[in-house]
Design a protein around this ligand. Structure first.
Ligand code: SF4
Length: 136
C-alpha cells in the first residue's frame, strides 16, 4: 500500500505523508545527505499529513529548494546548517541530532496543519448549518 502511495506521490497524483526532496549529494555536501534522508524517511513514516521537506547537501541548491517546501534543511560550512520554515530562514543547526531535530519540526508542523484543517472544517460545517450567517 505504501509503495502505491509513493508512486502516486512521485507523480504528484496523490499526496499523503511527508514528501522528502533531496539532492543526489556530491563532494560538496556538508553532511551525509543520503544516510540522513534514509533514516529521516523511516522516522517520518507515521506522519500522514501532506507536507514537503527538503534535505539538501549545500547552498548550491538548498535555499532554492527550501523556498518551495514546508520545512527545509541545507548543509552549511563548519558543521553549521540552516533550517527553513515555510521557505524562510528560521534557525541554524549543528551537526548533532539532525534527524531528531527535523522529526520534531515535522511533527510540530503536522500538528499545526491538522489543527488549521480541523478549524476550517468546523467553520465550513457551521456555515452549512446556518447559510445566512455565512453570507453576512
Ligand atoms: S546541492 Fe550541493 S551537495 Fe547537493 S548535489 Fe548539489 S552541489 Fe552537491
Amino acid at each position: 500500500m505504501k509503495v502505491g502511495f509513493d508512486i502516486l506521490k512521485s507523480l504528484n497524483l496523490r499526496h499523503r505523508g511527508v514528501n522528502v526532496i533531496s539532492c543526489p549529494s556530491c563532494a560538496r555536501q556538508q553532511f551525509e545527505v543520503i544516510k540522513t534522508v534514509e533514516v529521516l524517511e523511516q522516522r517520518l513514516a507515521h506522519i500522514t499529513t501532506p507536507m514537503t521537506v527538503s534535505v539538501i547537501g549545500c547552498v548550491v541548491n538548498g535555499p532554492g529548494e527550501a523556498l518551495m517546501t514546508d520545512i527545509g534543511f541545507t548543509g552549511g560550512g563548519r558543521g553549521t546548517h540552516q533550517v527553513y520554515i515555510n521557505g524562510l530562514q528560521h534557525h541554524r543547526l549543528k551537526d548533532e541530532g539532525i534527524v531528531d531535530h527535523l522529526v520534531g519540526l515535522v511533527e510540530a508542523k503536522a500538528a499545526e496543519i491538522e489543527a488549521a484543517k480541523a478549524a476550517e472544517d468546523s467553520e465550513a460545517e457551521a456555515d452549512k448549518r446556518s447559510p445566512a450567517a455565512a453570507v453576512s
